[in-house]
Design a protein around this ligand. Structure first.
Ligand code: GDP
Ligand code: CA
Length: 326
């Protein structure tokens, strides 16, 4: 079975540990699966001359078992001497976390990109090092960076577009935001293999990732949304919203910007049914969350990803929801 997953950072990464466990389990039963993850790169940014890809790194570090699980990003056992030394120079930005071990990854990536390799080549090279056990593809090789139209914090601060990382990390999504804009979207093409992975899948899964700045960003790349809407594979999503709130993080702030209620039903309706030109055939919501999404099979089940094994059972239920026996 070929499974293709649309994924952001933390939620996408945790979900992928479950998809990998599910595939390994099937492999032991004699039915090998192939997992491809298409990862959001809208959060990517250049800082201190380093090209940084936060969601790809979260996925890579999580699948390699080296993520800092408390913090939710970066490597476990990290030290911060370079960040400190940069601060002593007064080098900006000072609000972005750059650990010493993490910087090694950014140096390798930046060097490869400067030498002319594509981000998808870099991702393959980093996967050689970390052996994530699934095929990782950036959504695009082109730069396509999410910006946020904001005003404030002071009355003298003009209305302007700032990089998503500045809004999210520096201002903790606390600056009044009007809209998200993907700078570079008009030039962005799906990375090699992305369209094929969607069109050739037996099952497409939409991870419980941020619906706006992770999943929404991936779907906006020319041809990707269309590929998901037209693939012959069933498409099943899992709600990142549990009990009317994100499990972790500030996805509610992003949903508010686009006028979508922070509920499992709100996100399900936002994605919509494939029958009506939307995204989903199936939608898994957390036990106790109700959702009516016309044209979509909805099922309640626990959606807290407490371990790879627990998450693998969610994947089995997602497959079962669209009639794939596991
Ligand atoms: P980011 O790029 O690091 O922000 O990560 P993603 O976009 O992949 O995922 C963020 C979303 O993951 C948040 O909206 C969380 O609600 C969701 N999330 C995190 N842990 C869980 C979990 O255990 N269960 C569910 N259903 N969602 C989760
Ligand atoms: Ca992200």
């Amino acid at each position: 079975m070929r499974i293709t997953v649309l994924a952001g950072g933390i939620g996408g990464a945790k979900f992928l540990t479950g998809v990998r466990a599910f595939a390994e389990q099937r492999g032991q039963d004699g039915d090998p699966s192939e997992v491809t993850a298409i990862v959001n790169t809208g959060d990517d940014v250049t800082m201190h001359g380093l090209r940084i890809t936060p969601d790809l790194d979260s996925v890579l570090y999580t699948l390699a078992g080296v993520i800092d699980t408390e913090r939710g990003w970066g490597r476990a056992g990290e030290s911060w001497r370079i960040k400190q030394a940069l601060a002593e120079y007064g080098a900006e930005p000072s609000w972005f976390g750059l650990g010493d071990l993490d910087i090694a990854t950014h140096l390798v990536r930046t060097q490869m990109l400067d030498a002319g390799y594509r981000l998808s080549d870099v991702t393959a090279a980093l996967s050689q090092r970390w052996q994530p056990g699934v095929r990782l593809l950036p959504m695009t090789d082109e730069r396509c960076e999410t910006h946020v139209v904001v005003s404030g914090p002071g009355p003298e601060d003009p209305r302007r577009a700032i990089h998503f990382q500045e809004w999210w990390v520096r201002y903790r999504a606390g600056l009044a935001a009007e809209a998200f804009v993907q700078v570079g979207l008009d030039q962005a093409k799906p990375a090699p293999g992305v369209i094929e992975a969607i069109a050739g899948a037996d099952l497409v899964l939409v991870a419980p990732s941020n619906p706006v700045v992770s999943i929404g960003t991936i779907l906006a790349v020319d041809g990707i949304g269309e590929a998901v809407r037209t693939t012959s594979a069933p498409v099943v999503g899992l709600s990142p919203i549990v009990g009317g709130a994100p499990v972790r993080g500030m996805a509610d702030r992003c949903l508010a910007v686009i006028g979508v209620p922070t509920t499992a039903e709100g996100v399900g309706l936002h994605y919509g049914s494939r029958r009506d030109g939307g995204l989903l055939d199936g939608w898994l919501v957390h036990s106790g969350d109700s959702a009516v999404v016309p044209g979509v099979s909805v099922r309640q089940r626990p959606l807290l990803m407490t371990s790879a094994e627990v998450t693998a059972e969610m994947v089995a239920d997602a497959a079962g929801l669209v009639g794939i026996s596991t």
